[in-house]
Design a protein around this ligand. Structure first.
Ligand SMILES: Cc1cc2nc3c(=O)[nH]c(=O)nc-3n(C[C@H](O)[C@H](O)[C@H](O)COP(=O)(O)O)c2cc1C
Length: 276
């Protein structure tokens, strides 16, 4: 099957497919769009999704798998702002498991986040086993205990004391689930892609009535290639851990939106802007 096929009856030669293509792999001739550099197609599906007449298809992201958008969904700006600002890191979870289909739903949105050149490439591990989560905490704390003098990790003594002396788990917060992202070892965008996919996950969690929090301390331990942790999670051969996020039902709701540092912006074309 050809990468690109054009229905010449439906095609009006408007050129939208050519213009929206990130790698500009097509040009226009008298019959319509023609493919020039198929190898550069990143399978993003823009050409097909932007065509107003369903005139073009792309075997890497076929029309048959795309969902028609009658109109671009509009959320008013106030609602959008409240939604985005009300995403908070959740560190207190109910002692209750999240149904597995909800966890899958979360990840099924996470996979639509932007990725470098549409590379995607992530796969996920969902850890539900409390014993494994406790072991992961223990391994991370032991690793931190070996770093207590490291000036780069000033918060480590505090976390170690919380776990060891007070029995408070500030590593995985007693969350019932931990979601791990993994990517192939030689995949250079694994971490960036994970960051965006987790951003989607965290925002959507709010909508599903769930809470999440990045497990950055555990990530640090994993990124230092601490073998006991990597082995505990049974990371498949050829893959590395690229991120970790805790998930569960939030125990408390936030009643207020908080402030952040004030916005810092530098305008480079002030004169022009003033004239607009
Ligand atoms: C990469 C990354 C790692 C993080 N690691 C942790 C962590 O290990 N433990 C934790 O409690 N919060 C962690 N957080 C959450 C941040 O502390 C939190 O996003 C920040 O304080 C702002 O609060 P908010 O998310 O509630 O708006 C992490 C966040 C990011 C983006």
């Amino acid at each position: 099957m050809d990468l690109i096929s054009v229905n010449q009856v439906k095609c009006t030669k408007c050129g939208i497919c050519i213009e929206v293509c990130p790698t500009r792999i097509m040009s226009m001739d008298e019959k319509g769009p023609i493919l020039e550099t198929p190898d550069l197609c990143i399978a993003c599906g823009h050409c097909v999704a932007a065509c107003p007449n369903e005139a073009i298809d792309n075997s890497k992201n076929p029309l048959s798998k795309q969902i028609e958008l009658k109109e671009t969904p509009v959320i008013n700006a106030d609602v959008a702002e409240q939604f985005l600002r009300s995403r908070r890191s959740i560190r207190c979870f109910k002692n209750k498991n999240v149904p597995l289909n909800q966890l899958l739903k979360l990840l099924d949105i996470a996979r639509f986040a932007p990725t470098a050149s549409n590379s995607q490439g992530l796969s996920f591990i969902i850890v539900n086993d409390r014993a494994v989560l406790e072991k992961a905490t223990e391994i991370t704390v032991q690793w931190m205990e070996g770093q207590l003098e490291n000036p780069l990790h000033k918060s480590f003594p505090l976390h170690v004391r919380a776990v060891r002396e007070k029995g408070i788990n500030t590593i995985l917060r007693d969350a019932p689930h931990l979601i791990l992202a993994t990517a192939p070892i030689d995949f250079k965008n694994g971490r960036e892609n994970t960051i965006f996919s987790f951003a989607y996950l965290e925002l959507f969690a709010n909508i599903l009535g769930l809470g999440s929090c990045w497990a950055g301390l555990l990530e640090m331990c994993a990124f230092s290639n601490h073998k006991p942790l990597i082995e505990l999670f049974n990371i498949p051969d050829g893959k590395v851990l690229t991120g970790a996020v805790m998930v569960g039902f939030p125990k408390y709701n936030f009643k207020r939106l908080v402030e952040r540092n004030s916005l810092e912006v530098l305008w480079l074309d002030c004169d022009e802007m003033e004239n607009k």
